[in-house]
Write a protein that binds this ligand. Structure first.
Ligand SMILES: Cc1ncc(COP(=O)(O)O)c(C=O)c1O
Length: 404
């Protein structure tokens, strides 16, 4: 894999910010888009645009083919058993809310338990808080180890026959922890629970096989994996999706409508009320083609190498604290530079043309667990190089000197 050649495919990365060549290290927030994705969306609007599943005219059938073709790509990408198991949504947040509304509220009753972890993004935390409140179920947390991992012994002792849902991120957007999803799925299933996986930070970076992992629901966002904003998907096992009620009613999702009763389309369309995000799906399909042409295993290997180098370089800076596990971690590094506020760190880095994220990263409970109010985070993707890490490390040394 040649990150420099790949970088050439991303027009936005070839600009100066504050007089310096841009180094984009905020990929966990959103990735940049390659030319092929931008072109696919543009071509769709210039040649194929029409509404889907309706028109008998040529553009209508081209748009439908493009939209459903993208669904086939997603199904193959995740190794789902069929396209019936792929629902297009606005992204991870919408996908997780769909499970919390369409599944959790239907099955949960007082005394049932939902199990999550303190490392969850608010998108995989608040929907479960609300589902627990609405149904009388109890929300429980698997405790974290001091290095920000979960132990299987703790999963075993938290999940029991009262557990109906285990919801967990595959990869933490703050700690870089990669959770042992297949093992956790086995524990959930042994106790009669379903497992819901937040795949926002895994899908862009490593090969995901929903059947090998044996997960029940899997949510992800297109914009973090070279695709457009506003599109993502929810994978769900067909037998679970069949039992679920739609959460949005209206056009597109119906079979038959009478004055007082209606029936729904088959899977997956019963969950896709209204005109769908057609151009977004086309862009997501192009993003999958792009990622597959590079190779997910290659991307994973490359990012781990960059993250390892970043940890080495950043650890050598006096006063820096790096959070998360030392080994077996994803391609991001979260840190604090002495007592310099992370927003100040990010602001100084921006003057050097380096984009990182600072804040609570939508993980306020995790910030409390780390005993900080905020952190800085550099997150890598396939176009980042060791030279980018050198620019980051050098700029951090300067920042430290500047703040004394
Ligand atoms: C782990 C994790 N889950 C969920 C989300 C929410 O994704 P989106 O805003 O695309 O819905 C994010 C986004 O940062 C994330 O990192």
């Amino acid at each position: 894999m040649d990150p420099i050649a790949l970088k050439a495919e991303f027009p936005i990365l070839h600009q100066e910010i504050n007089g310096h060549p841009l180094v984009y290290l905020d990929n966990a927030a959103t990735s940049q888009k390659p030319r092929s994705v931008i072109e696919a969306v543009k071509r769709y609007y210039e040649w194929d645009n029409a509404n889907v599943h309706r028109g008998v005219h040529t553009l209508g059938s081209r748009a439908t083919d493009a939209y459903e073709g993208a669904r086939e790509k997603v199904a193959r990408f995740l190794n789902a058993a069929s396209t019936r198991e792929i629902v297009f949504t606005r992204g991870t947040t919408a996908s997780l809310n769909l499970v919390a509304h369409g599944y959790a509220r239907q099955v949960l009753k007082p005394g049932d338990e939902i199990v999550i972890t303190p490392m969850e993004h608010h998108s995989n935390l608040i929907p479960w808080q609300q589902a627990a409140k609405a149904t009388g179920a109890t929300l429980k947390y698997i405790p974290l180890q001091p290095d920000g991992t979960v132990s299987l012994a703790d999963v075993e002792s938290t999940v029991n026959e009262r557990t109906k849902i285990v919801a967990i991120a595959y990869v933490s957007n703050v700690l870089g922890t990669v959770n042992p999803i297949a093992r956790i799925a086995e524990i959930a299933h042994r106790n009669g629970a379903v497992i819901v996986v937040d795949g926002a930070q895994s899908t862009p970076h490593l090969k995901v096989d929903v059947r090998a992992l044996d997960v029940d629901f899997y949510a992800f966002s297109g914009h973090k994996m070279c695709g457009p904003t506003g599109i993502g998907a929810l994978y769900g096992k067909a037998q679970l999706f069949e039992r679920m009620e739609p959460v949005e009613y209206g056009g597109e999702m119906i079979d038959f409508v009478d004055l007082y009763e209606s029936s729904w389309k088959d899977l997956p369309w019963k969950f896709e009320g209204g005109t769908p995000i057609i151009a977004g799906a086309v862009g997501l399909g192009a993003a999958i083609d792009f990622l597959e042409s590079v190779g997910l295993d290659e991307i994973d290997r490359h990012e781990k190498k960059i993250a390892k180098y970043a940890i080495e370089r950043l650890s050598a800076i006096d006063g820096i604290t790096i959070y998360g596990p030392k080994e077996d971690r994803a391609g991001l590094v979260t840190f604090n530079l002495g007592d310099v506020h992370p927003h100040d760190v990010a602001t100084v880095l921006d003057t050097e043309g380096i984009a990182i994220r600072a804040g609570h990263h939508c993980c306020q409970p995790l910030m409390r667990w780390l005993k900080v109010s905020a952190t800085a985070r550099a997150s890598f993707y396939l176009y980042n190089t060791e030279q980018d890490v050198d620019r980051l490390a050098d700029a951090l040394i300067k920042t430290k000197e500047y703040f004394g």
